[in-house]
Design a protein. Structure first.
Length: 409
């Protein structure tokens, strides 16, 4: 007997709840609606108070004006306020009484005007003070967003605003800013991971090539042609290693410095001079200058790279004879300054900015000499920015450059 197939089972009911429909825009407690209600209510309350005060003042003034400034005594009209004639014709008496009543009415109106002005000044002061306090309360989330943004720019990307409160424009802005920080943090994390992997993948084959070339060059039975080729390849490999190190350092130095320690620019400059002194003696370049203590908060290794790159460039791009390099450090107006000036070829002012671009040199766009890989000034500018400072280059009269690095002390 054939088996009867089981009836198909009904699909399971969804367990998720449908997304609730957002209320209309005019029902949301937006900043515009809240400010409208706030300031509208303030003006309404101020108007009610001012109306009540004016009403009371007017009532008092009319009460004073309704009291007759004269009275009839024994058939004669007398007054303690108005100067009425004792014996006068009816027309003269009526004119005097009319003038007295008008004078009293004018006094009542003047009193009302003066008191209304005083009440207006008092209410204006109260309204401005209340408005200032309310504006600060309404805009306090914006200040929180600004403070968080400053902390993110100064330290790391792990901070978030996480603003609580009504679903208004500021809440939407804070949530959008948090989403942007999430994406930036993921991007920087991926960049750091890529830099680490590239560091390993690029350094390892270059190190293997250098080792193999050095082993072949150490063979005493190698022919001269092979040794010459090995030296050429070894120099090319060394140049590639310098390029890789420069690119990796440039990628690392673009980030903000998180861990800072006291670093003396005078000591950093002295160490850079010690590393460059041998090359300077070979080129006949004199290194001079006084270095006063100038302590900053930063990374000593990266700051030393700034000084080393500037001093090396100043030595290499110099005149053939009687050239000099002057390196000074000092504190000035809350800034630590490192100044490196040198003799050298005349540099046009319009080419100064190009010197800080990667792989750019004076009148050459690509690397093609033995003076470096074209990343020295790019690295120096990147490191200075990461420390919250800046580097400025100026042509020196007679040839050469003046490099000024300013860092917050």
């Amino acid at each position: 007997m054939p088996t009867v197939p089981a009836p198909p089972t009904a699909p399971p009911k969804p367990t998720w709840e449908p997304k609730q429909q957002e209320p209309p825009y005019w029902l949301r407690p937006t900043i515009r609606i809240r400010l409208t209600l706030l300031y509208g209510g303030m003006f309404l309350i101020a108007g009610i108070l001012l109306l009540a005060i004016i009403y009371m003042l007017a009532a008092q003034a009319l009460h004073v004006g309704s009291e007759l400034p004269f009275q009839i005594v024994n058939g004669q009209v007398t007054s303690e306020v108005c100067n009425l004639p004792v014996k006068a014709s009816p027309d003269a008496m009526n004119a005097a009484m009319n003038s007295c009543v008008n004078h009293q009415r004018q006094q009542a109106l003047d009193t009302l005007l003066n008191r209304s002005l005083l009440a207006l000044v008092g209410l204006s002061v109260i309204a401005f003070a209340f408005g200032y306090a309310m504006a600060g309360r309404v805009l306090s989330p914006l200040g929180r967003i600004t403070r968080t943004a400053r902390r993110v720019a100064g330290t790391d990307l792990s901070r978030r605003i996480e603003l609580d409160g009504p679903d208004d424009e500021l809440k939407e802005l804070a949530d959008t800013f948090d989403d942007m920080l999430d994406r930036l943090e993921r991007a920087f994390t991926a960049q750091q991971r890529f830099v680490g992997n590239a560091s390993h993948e690029l350094r390892t084959p270059l190190a293997i090539n250098r080792t193999l070339l050095e082993v072949h060059l150490s063979d005493p039975q190698a022919p001269p042609e092979l040794k010459q080729l090995g030296k050429t390849l070894l120099a090319t490999n060394e140049r590639s290693e310098q390029l890789v190190e420069g690119l990796l350092l440039l990628a690392h130095s673009d980030n903000q410095i998180v861990e800072r320690k006291p670093v003396d620019l005078a000591e950093v400059a002295s160490r850079a001079i010690d590393q460059t002194r041998g090359e300077a003696e070979e080129r006949g370049v004199e290194i001079r200058g006084e270095r006063a203590p100038a302590v900053v908060q930063g990374n000593g290794v990266l700051l030393e790279r700034i000084a080393l790159n500037l001093v090396q460039n100043a030595v290499r791009y110099n005149i053939p004879e009687q050239g000099w390099v002057e390196v000074t450090t000092e504190l000035q107006s809350g800034q630590a300054l490192l100044v490196v000036s040198n003799t050298g070829p005349v540099v046009p002012a319009y080419e100064i900015d190009n010197l800080f671009e990667p792989f750019r040199r004076l009148r050459t766009e690509r690397t093609g000499s033995d003076k470096g890989v074209g990343l020295g000034l790019s690295i120096a500018r990147s490191v200075a920015r990461a420390h919250g400072g800046r580097i400025v280059a100026e042509p020196r009269e007679g040839g050469g450059l003046v490099m000024r690095v300013s860092l917050p002390a």
